[in-house]
Design a protein around this ligand. Structure first.
Ligand SMILES: Cc1cc2nc3c(=O)[nH]c(=O)nc-3n(C[C@H](O)[C@H](O)[C@H](O)COP(=O)(O)O)c2cc1C
Length: 174
């Protein structure tokens, strides 16, 4: 019963945050760059999957991340992930890109949902300052938004709180 952490990155921040998250949930496997995954059926062998995705393509409807995630979204949607728990964290900039804060999380959420995964790791939006995000569903984000550009002082406490939440939601992490 294993949980994998997968990320993609352009300037290294999502990789760094994946490593810091792993410190709080060391029972998960060491973070992997998703561009190093040769066969996505690897996901079907896991009990849980935690995905890290930055947003680069501001305002785009599709391929919002601008990373390796974009080219495998359709393939993720074709997997059989029923019974798997999936959680997403996103990197963005709530100050400069406040109209599109962490938009890419929702795209990943949508394709994992299509694959039948049980989505966990939702976070209340009330402690964030931003104008718009495609990743808001009701009063919550569909994952954990993180802002290493404008709010890096909050990242560690946000990660620690989210790690505790995930230990409740993904039994094999506890
Ligand atoms: C050209 C450019 C476009 C960006 N677009 C967005 C955006 O639309 N929404 C957002 O929340 N952050 C946006 N960002 C901020 C990045 O997502 C943020 O710096 C992130 O930490 C980068 O992660 P990475 O180093 O893992 O690639 C943008 C940054 C740049 C330089």
């Amino acid at each position: 019963m294993t949980v994998g952490i997968y990320y993609a990155t352009t300037t290294g921040k999502t990789e760094d945050v994946a490593d810091r998250l792993h410190n709080f949930i060391s029972s998960a496997e060491a973070p992997k760059d998703v561009s190093d995954v040769d066969d996505l059926s690897e996901f079907e062998g896991l009990d849980g999957i935690i995905c890290g995705i930055p947003t680069w393509n501001t305002g785009a409807d599709e391929e919002r991340s601008g990373t390796a995630w974009d080219s495998i979204l359709e393939d993720i949607g074709e997997l059989s992930l029923s019974g798997k728990k999936v959680a997403i964290f996103g990197l963005g900039d709530s100050s400069t890109y406040t109209e599109n804060y962490c938009d890419a999380m929702e795209e990943l959420h949508s394709y994992f949902t299509k694959a039948g995964a049980e989505m966990v790791g939702y976070v209340d939006k009330s402690s964030y300052t931003f104008d718009e995000s495609k990743s808001v569903m009701g009063d919550r984000f569909c994952g954990l938004p993180l802002d290493e550009d404008s709010e890096s002082d909050l990242t560690d406490s946000r990660l620690e709180t989210w790690a505790s939440q995930l230990k409740g939601e993904i039994p094999s992490l506890a």
